[in-house]
Design a protein around this ligand. Structure first.
Ligand code: FE2
Length: 132
């Protein structure tokens, strides 16, 4: 399966939407590298990129919240920290040699959590940013 930023997931904030798109593409590249047996180095590369991109994107959102005085910042930031930690635990468990579909199950579940976060919390944030 491939993830894409559908209309329903757009928040209306250009930067956030663009970064969510890139984030989904990074997840897709990792899933591709796993499922097509592209080998260790391309999986490591995909994991490294995804981890770095998640960091960068969450930091951007937090900067926007900081600058605008967003009241939901503490909870949003806590979600980001926990999400990153779990993501790193999940990718660390994916065997680089010969990953199976089952190995990707927890990654897919965790991406679903992010999709839900985008649909609710990031939309709320973007709506707030529109009015500051
Ligand atoms: Fe967020």
């Amino acid at each position: 399966m491939r993830y894409e930023l559908t209309k329903e997931l757009e928040t209306g904030n250009t930067m956030i939407d663009q970064e969510h798109k890139e984030l989904f593409e990074a997840v897709n590249r990792l899933l591709d590298a796993c499922s097509k047996g592209q080998g260790r180095s391309s999986m490591e590369e995909a994991i490294r990129f995804l981890a770095a991109y998640v960091d960068k994107h969450f930091a951007h959102e937090e900067q926007l919240q900081q600058k605008s005085g967003y009241s939901g910042m503490a909870a949003h930031k806590a979600f980001h920290a926990k999400y990153k930690k779990t993501l790193m635990e999940i990718v660390a468990q994916i065997p680089l040699a010969d990953p199976s579909l089952a190995d990707l199950g927890s990654l897919n579940k965790h991406v679903a959590v992010l999709v839900n976060h985008i649909r609710t919390e990031d939309k709320k944030l973007s709506a707030f940013l529109k009015n500051v």
